[in-house]
Design a protein around this ligand. Structure first.
Ligand SMILES: C[S@@+](CC[C@H](N)C(=O)[O-])C[C@H]1O[C@@H](n2cnc3c(N)ncnc32)[C@H](O)[C@@H]1O
Length: 226
């Protein structure tokens, strides 16, 4: 079987090429791939850590009524949030307008469900805006989940560096409702991020071992509660 990915949508953006591709899995199902800034970002073959970002955070918050997710991607974190019926209002901010448009067109099943769901609002916006400016959508949030990049030590978008800075993180923490939490996904351990967050809130590092293409990797979550 030819497993070369087929591009089903692509666009040039100020940050480089964004594309949605699909390839057949060994069991005959379809695997979706997302390319951002011209580089492979993720696929739907193993979304255990994207899902864990939502699961591990939701279990630490008693009443996650309003949730903000930064970074739509292929929608797996947001979809996992939505499965929690305590969540009434889920806002997703995504910097790439084309990706939001592909979600509205239902180019993958998960993105299509999110775009049509009554408890979900998709925003074309830089995650730095709602968390550092006075713009919409605004808190208070019971939970903020950020998966916009690989982590501060391995950025795809250089501009995302500011999101991991102490002023930006403290601005997000200030927008949390009482009992709320901020959780950040990273593709590797981030000691500096852990130190910054620990200076601002009670912070846990959760390590997530994964096997990808025969390699053992360790992703990480940083969950901060003021
Ligand atoms: C790795 S993907 C997120 C994966 C997602 N957690 C999932 O489950 O599919 C990162 C996403 O963040 C978006 N992104 C990057 N920088 C951003 C920013 N500053 N604000 C909002 N979205 C951003 C990218 O375009 C991409 O869609």
């Amino acid at each position: 079987m030819d497993s070369t990915p087929e591009t089903i949508a692509a666009a040039e953006t100020p940050r480089g090429q964004i594309a949605l591709r699909e390839r057949p899995a060994a069991d005959g199902s379809v695997v979706h791939e997302l390319v951002v800034a011209g580089v492979f970002a993720m696929d739907s073959a193993d979304t255990s850590t994207e899902t864990a970002l939502a699961e591990r955070s939701l279990e630490r918050v008693e009443a996650p009524t309003r949730v903000l997710v930064g970074g739509l991607g292929l929608g797996f974190t947001a979809w996992q949030v939505l499965k929690d019926r305590r969540v009434q209002d889920l806002h997703v901010v995504e910097i790439e307008e084309d990706l939001v448009q592909w979600a509205r067109l239902g180019l993958t099943p998960t993105l299509g469900v999110l775009a049509r769901h009554p408890r979900v609002t998709l925003h074309v916006q830089d995650a730095a805006s709602p968390v550092t400016d006075d713009g919409e959508p605004v808190g208070p949030w019971d939970l903020v989940l950020l998966d916009v990049d690989n982590g501060p030590s391995f950025l795809v978008h250089r501009e995302n560096e500011r999101l991991y800075s102490a002023p930006a993180l403290s601005s997000i923490l200030a927008q949390l409702a009482p009992g709320g939490a901020l959780a950040i996904w990273a593709a590797q351990r981030e000691p500096d991020l852990l130190a910054t967050l620990t200076g601002l809130a009670t912070t846990e590092e959760v390590l997530l071992p994964v096997e990808r293409q025969g390699r053992s990797l360790e992703y990480a979550l940083y969950i901060a509660r003021p």
